[in-house]
Design a protein around this ligand. Sequence first.
Ligand code: ADP
Length: 271
Amino acid sequence: MEILKLNNVSYSYNKKDNVLTDVNLTINAGEDIAIIGHNGSGKSTLGKLLISLLKPKSGTLLFNGTVIDYKNDSLIRAKSGIVFQNPDNQFIGTTVRDDIAFGLENKRVPHEQMDDVVKEYASKVGIINLLDKEPSTLSGGQKQRVALAGILAMLPDIIVFDEALAMLDPKGKKEISELINNIKKNNPSLTIIRITHDLNEAFNSDKVVVLSKGKIIFNDTSINVFKHETELKKLGLDIPFIVKLNQALLSEGLISEVDYNLHSLAKKICK
Ligand code: ADP
């Protein structure tokens, strides 16, 4: 079922230069999509348009088949959330507890249930011991967990991760990436949109959308997209490690067919 659809969407910040031009994109409920492209190609703008934080200058956004405009954008706002690159820019509460509760207050969750809901989502993301802390005192990874708890408590249908791992150290990156994958595994109907520079993260998504200069160049399964090595290199993009490894092993005759599972690939080579 189509949850999001952009029909011929263009966008500009200054009314002159288009940042996105004639974008057509359909996303099905439950898909895990990566958006990649060089800096300034329009990825963040596309992510914000998809959840109606920005409105198309021309063209339309449909959410579950309904055209979204200024009058009804609460339909999609209530069902979506975004985690940004810099976690400091997204806190509202003075404590972690307040921050997670903020959205629930807007949703008019009864006061007597609020603390239980806050605790439920804090424990889902592993921050139950941090509820009384000030968000500004936390590590980058902990901050992203707080942001995620606040969004998950709103029972979203769609979450956009806008370079959400980019500012984390390698350990934080790995932990948050695993957390996102687990959340997705436990909520198969949740639609995930990952704006990322990490091609290995993109490779693990169901679909990859490649943007260049505000236009969609590829929109296909990750395996199909990363077959276009030459075109991707021309756009300043590379291909993921596992794809390169397969190419090298095939050309050396060490494997006879591609295998994108690192563990089984290792076993085949060691045989
Ligand atoms: P990406 O996420 O791929 O780096 P963005 O969507 O952030 O790309 O930006 C696309 C283009 O829009 C860039 O040229 C950027 O400078 C411009 N842009 C982004 N945000 C704004 C803004 N708030 N005001 C004006 N121009 C912007």
